[in-house]
Write a protein that binds this ligand. Structure first.
Ligand SMILES: [Zn+2]
Length: 267
């Protein structure tokens, strides 16, 4: 395992699977730093591009620079959507800037994230089943609300195939971390981007969450039991999934589905 700043995709997009690029940034929180991934997915047939998640507010300049330099390398591609795994502040930092810079893009999210991401409801208002979060939630920053729904597309459960590019990047409801959390299955390469369903880095920094391996137990602002159900749901997709990529991941190739399955069995 390498340190965050020496990762090949530190602050720049690097292809991790065909047509899937990842950049990782350093999220500073309470004296420690945590890896935070954002992904760019190319749709080769239409030359559209989808950004998965929007990083944290402290890294907005670095993120927009990474996106701009990616499109300098791939001038034929055009950003069309930002799709969110969920609306926590460390996944939505760059949204307002991108909405301003790219006048045609739309933001895609699970229907139940809309009150938080668009209308400014606070995740800390949720009374979930998570004691840890009930204790910690007041220390977490809230994201800045988008303010109106004009440039937002809500994904509804059972109607995931209404997303234009669902044949390439299929939204999968994996609620639990938040009420409307989505994962995204990249159909051509059999990888799934799971947001914060689990983390994948040594959690010795946060002893109360530490697990035997580097995959965390569910850490949620909504429902641990729903998170566990969603982890099972990903395991049940094993015929379609080779690798699982969490948003907070210090490793190069994510988590193999076998390793993810073993972790799920221990929960
Ligand atoms: Zn996060």
């Amino acid at each position: 395992m390498s340190s965050l700043t020496s990762l090949p995709d530190y602050e720049k997009f690097v292809e991790i699977q065909q047509n899937v690029y990842r950049a990782r940034f350093s999220l500073k929180l309470y004296g420690s730093t945590y890896p935070t991934s954002i992904f760019l997915v190319h749709i080769p047939t239409t030359k559209d591009c989808i950004l998965v998640d929007g990083g944290d507010p402290d890294n907005v300049t670095k993120i927009t620079n990474a996106i701009s330099s990616h499109f300098e390398s791939f001038p034929e591609y055009k950003l069309k959507y930002v799709v969110l795994t969920h609306g926590h502040f460390d996944h939505t930092g760059v949204l307002l800037k991108l909405l301003n810079d790219y006048k045609d893009i739309k933001i895609v999210m699970g229907e139940n994230e809309i009150p938080f991401v668009v209308h400014g409801k606070k995740y800390s208002e949720i009374t979930g089943d998570t004691l840890t979060y009930q204790l910690l939630k007041h220390f977490f920053a809230e994201g800045k609300a988008i303010g109106n729904e004009d440039r937002v597309i809500a994904i509804k459960e059972g109607r995931e195939d209404e997303f234009e590019f669902h044949n390439d990047l299929r939204p999968i409801f994996t609620v639990g971390h938040t009420p409307g959390s989505l994962s995204y299955l990249h159909v051509p390469t059999n990888i799934i981007l799971i947001g914060d369903l689990v983390f994948n880095f040594p959690l010795i920094q946060i002893p109360i969450f530490s697990a035997k391996n580097n995959i965390s137990i569910p850490i949620t602002s909504f429902s641990v039991s729903e998170s566990k159900n969603s982890i099972k749901k990903v395991v049940e997709m094993e015929s379609e999934v080779n690798f699982v990529f969490p948003a907070h991941d210090l490793y190069q190739n994510g988590i193999s589905i076998e390793e993810f399955k073993q972790h799920a069995q221990k929960l």
